[in-house]
Design a protein around this ligand. Structure first.
Ligand code: ADP
Ligand code: MG
Length: 294
């Protein structure tokens, strides 16, 4: 999934912790084998190459959640944006240039979450369409890792996949605390969020840009075919990492106003946004502490 996963377990003997961590990593590896676009034999790889695949229960569940979030976000979340990501990476890497409007238009004809169909366990895509689960699979992998830890009897743990994470139980009796960083300055921490039995995920334009100005980055607005420009960073808390991961991407695309409206309409989900002007806006129930007066 193109990231580093760190699992921390506390409150049990080292040997038990290591067994639990091994079981959790096995789940992460399983999701990667099923859903990575970099593996031509993964279920997603087969779907993208051939236009159809017999999906197992994991892929079916992730596709179902993806579709629900696409519908809830009026199509802002859309796993079929892969042709645009591929266009950007090819042009910037091989030709060192931005796409022409006509190239973007041509790709957009192949994009649209309704193009993906599921009949029973058979998943199909029309020719030219491809999916990327980069905005949701990491969250699913975190949830499965946490479920494995719970099965192993672990009460306190942190599963961190490149900053998207789930905090189980607590840390020395206090909630786990995660920091939100300044999207333009890596070492500047803006706020902390207390977490217990909760997930948090962040989407930012700073993480993977194709160009130095962050104009072309890895979160695509399916309405324009260009990288989303509404905000600098979105952090979502939710009881599942899958929801936090996908909703962070969706809200990033929707921007502050529509994004917050979506979050306020959902139970148990909160958002912390940094606008393009550097202003912090949050949903009503977001629990956080600013680190200094700004
Ligand atoms: P990160 O991977 O840095 O945590 P995200 O969770 O926001 O960031 O996921 C970004 C990934 O989501 C992209 O690499 C791409 O695979 C996918 N993606 C990009 N735009 C969209 C979109 N509009 N809807 C769904 N997935 C998207
Ligand atoms: Mg994410």
């Amino acid at each position: 999934m193109g990231t580093t996963v760190t699992i921390t377990v506390t409150g049990v003997k080292e040997s038990r912790a290591l067994d639990a961590i091994e079981a959790a990593f096995a789940e992460v590896a399983r999701v990667d084998r099923l859903m990575s676009t970099y593996r031509s034999e993964s279920q997603v790889g087969v779907l993208n190459r051939t236009g159809r695949v017999e999906a197992g229960p994991d892929l079916l569940l992730v596709l179902e959640r993806a579709r629900t979030i696409s519908e809830a976000s009026s199509g802002a979340f859309d796993i079929t944006i892969k042709p645009l990501l591929d266009l950007f990476s090819r042009l910037f890497e091989q030709e060192e240039r931005a796409p022409e409007p006509a190239e973007v238009e041509a790709c957009l004809l192949r994009v649209g979450y309704r193009r993906l169909t599921v009949e029973g366990t058979l998943v199909s895509l029309p020719a030219g369409s491809e999916i990327s689960l980069g905005g949701i699979a990491k969250g699913y992998a975190i949830d499965l890792a946490v479920a494995a830890l719970l099965r192993e009897g672990i009460d306190h743990a942190l599963v961190n996949a490149g900053g998207d994470l789930y905090a189980l139980g607590n840390r020395e009796g206090e909630p786990w605390r995660i920091a939100v960083q300044n999207p333009r300055e890596r070492d500047d921490l803006l706020a902390t969020i207390p977490l217990s039995a909760m997930a948090v995920a962040t989407s930012g334009d700073y993480e993977r840009s194709f160009d130095p100005d962050h104009e072309y980055h890895h979160i695509i607005d399916p309405r324009t075919g260009l990288s989303a420009r509404g905000v600098m960073s979105v952090t979502i808390t939710a009881s599942s990492a899958l929801d936090a991961d996908a909703l962070a991407t969706a809200v990033f695309v929707l921007g502050a106003d529509d994004g917050l409206a979506l979050i306020e309409s959902l139970d148990g989900i909160e958002a912390f946004l940094i606008t393009n002007e550097g202003t912090i806006v949050t949903s009503g129930g977001m629990n956080y502490t600013m680190l200094e007066e700004r």
